[in-house]
Design a protein around this ligand. Structure first.
Ligand code: CMP
Length: 133
């Protein structure tokens, strides 16, 4: 059964004109882009999107970073897409991400880590509502 995930190309990706490069990596892995939009988060959207991290010391930085510029959000579909896309993205911290992964190749820091992807079907359901409604 095909599965779906939500990805966000963060402000550092959009500012550096990496949208095409990153989306092409997902397409080359045979995932289908079923929804795609460039947008700016509102403060309410950002706080809701990242609500699982609200007690973390980096929550404020996370929210202000995602508000700092335009992002591109997409729904990708395919077999095992949640797990596969997380492999393609690489480790959260670009310093620990392998070369050839998106964060390994383009990530700037743990905050400016270029791309987000849902970590479970439950996260996907929540995240898609925040960005596409
Ligand atoms: P993302 O995949 O968008 O999900 C939550 C984000 O929190 C993560 O990418 C990182 O950008 C950020 N994050 C996770 N851990 C830390 C940390 N220890 N310090 C700062 N930011 C973090």
């Amino acid at each position: 059964m095909p599965e779906q995930t939500l990805i966000v190309l963060k402000p550092d990706a959009v500012e550096r004109n990496l949208i095409g490069e990153i989306l092409s990596r997902f397409e080359k892995s045979n995932f289908t882009i079923v929804k795609l939009q460039k947008l700016n988060y509102s403060k309410e959207m950002a706080e809701s999107f990242y609500s699982v991290h609200k007690e973390k010391p980096f929550f404020g930085e996370l929210v202000s970073y995602i508000l700092s510029g335009s992002v591109v959000v997409a729904v990708l579909e395919g077999e095992n897409v949640i797990e596969k896309v997380r492999e393609i993205n690489g480790a959260t911290d670009p310093e620990k991400a392998t070369k050839g992964s998106i964060r390994g190749d383009f990530g700037v820091s743990i905050t400016k880590n270029t791309v987000h992807a849902s970590d479970s079907p439950q996260s996907f359901e929540k995240e898609v509502k925040v960005v596409f409604s």
